[in-house]
Write a protein that binds this ligand. Structure first.
Ligand SMILES: Nc1ncnc2c1ncn2[C@@H]1O[C@H](COP(=O)(O)OP(=O)(O)O)[C@@H](O)[C@H]1O
Ligand SMILES: O=C(CO)[C@@H](O)[C@H](O)COP(=O)(O)O
Length: 556
């Protein structure tokens, strides 16, 4: 009997999706947690009719950044068709879950829930949901146009620190509550015509459920609306944001909740089994924490469109910088998160300008230049940075004097060293410290680049590990789908995924790294203060060149 059960479990699949900034991805694992299928749809190249760049539209004020919601819907049509064509047997999928870029919002039009309930399998989701959204262009995490709403919310909550104590973060422009307040003020008709507001994660779950999916506690902590202790919407924040918001958002639920069976649409169109369960979707960073099976003491560095640094924490200590989110895998725990907007896209710009557009040449430049880059230090904020709030490009030589340019090789190392010095500096401000045994777990698109990871290891003076797949958010979603089925019987997440392969050591720090970067970090902190004085937050509303030395400056 036991053997039969084990065989059934092993022949069963679990599916994870990730709606990230630039693409929609999927991973399928079997009961032994082995990856059996991977697939993806790139928004810019495979859905060119939506005319996005890097998956987004940057508006004329350079502050507002949105993505067309129907592009995400169509991406699901395309991805599921690709998976079917590749021969994936959907009838083996016992549960699915997913993740989405954090903070983005989807506004469902009045009547959309009826449409969701009656999806006809002969038509694509894109055809069926054409008229289901009251706001076509969804605000996304890169948006920084809601400064006024942030100030209002902070005042209503009793100040920035008080807001951070309630919701885990002071007010941030990209956080969903402030975006909702802005839509309510700037598009009142559309807002009145809205019956439900989802996060990107709960929107994607709703597509599979054929009905509105709850926002989970972990992604819900990125809204400036959820009380992270009581795990309920905060009345004071709801009231300061928009009318009837509790009704529009629905009740938030634990991240491991089984929301229900998959809609009959997927049974008839793709051959899913009727009993396939949909487990609550969450944010991409929380899903990455699950995919890497992060443990206390580890630090995760995700190198996707954004760079993020996150830690598992037991006791939340909200501050004016960084975010505390509810853990996606343990109701009692939390995660601390820092987000840096100038991540992969800035590396791509420097690769194009200094390395002929080739990652190989970019990597060779890192190999051919010494640790510490002859004392040169660079800050590259192509768009208004989140951590810290600054814009512009600043280069300093070993005497701390500002210079206008460097050789291409020095520029490449200055960018990567500068990015990782900043990640370490701000992680340390958050309370993170490198102790013997600390592991840095790397993920995201750029984690496939060994030379970039070597600089990360040197700057953090810690070994860097990665999992086979650079897309830990997708994998984590598949793990969470599996755990969702077991959570009700009290199985912990780490027990549910104990068979998963361990992260592999990729690089160790160079013996001289500590000496070089401990000293450089102090200089970097001093220079960052200098840069912040030159790049005041008022630049948010009036983008101007922050430095006479700016070579390429794309204001927010
Ligand atoms: N070999 C490489 N070296 C450095 N960066 C890379 C490499 N391959 C891909 N990337 C970066 O990975 C990014 C995409 O990462 P990914 O985690 O998939 O992003 P997202 O999930 O935000 O869509 C690309 O923008 C690209 O710059
Ligand atoms: O804003 C944040 C986290 O607070 C970003 O990390 C988004 O979640 C986007 O993620 P990627 O698409 O870069 O993975």
């Amino acid at each position: 009997m036991f053997g039969i059960m084990a065989a059934v479990l092993e022949s069963t699949f679990y599916m994870g999706f990730d709606v990230s900034t630039q693409q929609l991805k999927a991973v399928v694992i079997d009961g032994d947690l082995r990856v059996v299928h991977r697939n993806a749809v790139q928004f810019d190249s495979e859905l060119p009719e939506f005319r996005t760049e890097g998956g987004v539209h940057i508006h004329a004020d350079r502050l507002m950044v949105t993505s067309p919601v129907l592009m995400w819907v169509k991406a699901f049509d395309l991805l599921l068709d690709k998976m079917k064509r590749a021969g994936l047997d959907f009838s083996r999928v016992a549960a699915l879950s997913g993740s989405g870029q954090q903070h983005g919002s989807v506004f469902w039009k009045k009547g959309a829930s009826e449409t969701l309930k009656q999806l006809h399998p002969d038509q694509s989701l894109h055809q069926l949901l054409q008229d289901s959204f009251s706001v076509w262009d969804s605000p996304v995490w890169m948006d920084s146009s809601s400064t006024f709403q942030c100030q209002y919310l902070q005042a209503a909550a009793g100040g920035a620190l008080r807001l951070a104590e309630i919701t885990g973060s002071r007010a941030y422009e990209r956080f969903t509550g402030n975006q909702i307040a802005k839509v309510c003020a700037s598009q009142p008709k559309a807002f009145q015509n809205t019956e439900r507001i989802s996060l990107v994660s709960s929107f994607a779950a709703s597509l599979f459920l054929g009905g509105y999916a709850a926002i989970d506690h972990s992604d819900g902590s990125g809204m400036n609306l959820l009380d992270i202790q009581s795990k309920k919407w905060s009345d004071v924040c709801l009231r300061a944001t928009a009318p009837h918001l509790d009704r529009l958002l629905g009740e938030p639920l634990p991240s491991s909740t089984v929301l229900g069976p998959v809609s009959p649409y997927y049974v008839h169109r793709y051959g899913f089994r009727e009993s396939c369960r949909v487990v609550a979707f969450t944010g991409d960073n929380p899903a990455s924490l699950a995919g890497m099976r992060l443990q206390q003491g580890d630090v995760a560095v995700s190198l996707g469109t954004s760079d993020t640094v996150f830690l598992w924490i037991q006791e939340p200590r909200p501050a004016l910088e960084g975010h505390i989110l509810c853990s996606p895998v343990d109701m009692q725990a939390y995660m601390a998160l820092l987000c840096f907007k100038n991540g992969s896209l800035t590396r791509e710009r420097i690769r194009n300008e200094c390395a002929g557009g080739l990652w190989e040449t970019f990597s060779a430049a890192l190999k051919d230049t010494p640790l510490g880059n002859h004392g040169n230090i660079g800050f590259y904020f192509d768009t208004m940075e989140i951590t810290p709030a600054a814009v512009g490009v600043y280069r300093f030589d070993s005497e701390d004097s500002e210079v206008c340019s460097w050789s291409p090789q020095v520029e490449v190392r200055a960018l990567v060293e500068g990015q990782f010095l900043s990640r370490r500096l701000h992680a340390e401000k958050l309370g993170y410290s490198i102790i013997p045994g600390t592991r840095v777990l790397a993920t995201g698109g750029a984690s496939s680049n060994r030379e970039i990871l070597q600089v990360l290891s040197d700057v953090f003076n810690a070994p860097v590990y990665s999992i086979d797949l650079s897309d830990s958010a997708c994998l984590g979603s598949a793990y969470r789908a599996l755990h969702g089925l077991l959570a009700e019987s009290g199985v912990s997440f780490l027990d549910a995924v104990k068979k998963a392969p361990e992260p592999q050591l990729v690089v160790r720090p160079h013996p001289t790294a500590k000496q070089v970067y401990d000293h450089m970090l102090k200089r970097f902190a001093r220079l960052e203060d200098q840069v912040l004085k030159k790049s005041p937050a008022s630049l948010r509303t009036k983008p101007v060149c922050a430095s006479t030395c700016v070579k390429t400056l794309v204001p927010p």
